[in-house]
Design a binder for this molecule. Structure first.
Ligand SMILES: [Zn+2]
Length: 335
């Protein structure tokens, strides 16, 4: 078994084929997620990750629809509760961060193809009131590039590398560092918010919700949970969930962790369970993996590489299959 699994692992997932992977896998529900889709350059995103163009996004959806059936957030919830089983290969699509293109670009595609989705938003950024600190970092990098610094540094531009490091390593609690660099590099974050409207307005969110897009919470202003206290993790979760309930009254209260759920302990879930703003579904970003708590689901990030959804999903499924089949320790050893 072990030798066979090792042999399998050395094969590219694509060569095995999605249909064969689906025949072997028990968990038929996959949860791919994106942030945004655009044919135009997005300076607040580009230095952070590669978003898809409309054509690439449509190709991903065509692959998904060919191999999986789209299900709603309610279907996912009923499946988790054991009310309605998901037996056929299925997917539920979601988007994080409440970015503007979800209304202008993504919604028409979803409607055309009849795909339900969930959008996780940060109340602090809605209506372009504030810029997410990582988007500030991206704008600073963009400005450096416009000033002639290049991302791939040669020994000659060590200075550029230093600046880049300073910007990209700034954490949530170091946002003032980014604000100061904004002044130095003459990047006006407020002007960017006013002119470019990178985030959705409350009106657009309402229209999305009327058009079959469920709204979920994504914390108030996107801290990385492993670096904040338990009390602050709870506050960020409860207040953002309560905001979503107040404005959209969703059928299912869902929450996606900002960045990652790495470092979030059992205590967090135990305390939240007794709260009025308890999310009934939690979403992470760790790939096609299973959690001990049935209502904590892991999603597959599709924007992490230049690969298309078919190869990202096939490798996630293969890796999950092998971990189940031969035990986690073996995978750790061979990796
Ligand atoms: Zn996010």
């Amino acid at each position: 078994m072990l030798a066979k699994a090792r042999q399998l692992f050395s094969l590219p997932a694509k060569a095995i084929g999605i249909q064969n992977l689906l025949r072997l896998t028990q968990n038929k529900l996959i949860l791919p997620f994106y942030h945004t889709v655009s044919d135009s350059p997005l300076p607040h995103i580009a230095p952070l990750y590669r978003h898809k163009t409309i054509r690439e996004f449509k190709n991903d959806l065509e692959f998904l629809l060919k191999n999986f059936q789209p299900v709603s957030l309610q279907d996912v919830d009923l499946h988790i509760k054991g009310v309605k089983e998901i037996t056929k290969p299925s997917f539920h699509l979601s988007f994080d961060d409440g970015l503007q293109e979800i209304y202008s670009t993504v919604l028409p595609v979803l409607k055309e193809k009849g795909i339900p989705a969930t959008l996780f938003v940060n109340p602090a950024f809605v209506d372009n009131k504030r810029l997410f600190f990582r988007h500030k970092a991206a704008l600073l990098i963009d400005k450096l590039e416009k000033k002639g610094f290049h991302r791939i540094s040669t020994p000659k531009d060590n200075k550029a590398k230093e600046w880049e490091q300073l910007i990209l390593t700034a954490q949530y609690h170091q946002e003032t560092r980014l604000d100061e660099l904004g002044i130095l590099l003459e990047v006006d974050f407020n002007e960017y918010l006013e002119k470019k409207h990178p985030y959705l307005s409350i009106g657009e969110l309402k229209r999305l919700s009327l058009n079959g897009v469920e709204i979920g919470a994504h914390s108030i202003d996107h801290p990385e949970y492993q670096y904040i206290s338990l009390d602050e993790q709870l506050r960020q979760t409860k207040e953002s969930m309560s905001w979503v309930k107040e404005h959209f009254n969703p059928k299912v209260n869902a929450f996606s962790f900002p960045f990652t759920d790495f470092g979030v302990g059992n205590k967090f879930f135990e305390i939240l369970e007794n709260d009025i703003n308890y999310p009934v579904l939690f979403f992470g970003t760790a790939g096609h993996k299973t959690e001990l708590n049935a209502n904590h689901l892991q999603r597959i990030p599709i924007e992490t590489s230049t690969k298309n959804a078919s190869s990202v999903i096939a490798s996630e499924m293969l890796s999950s299959l092998l971990k189940k089949g031969i035990g986690k320790s073996v995978i750790t050893r061979t990796a």
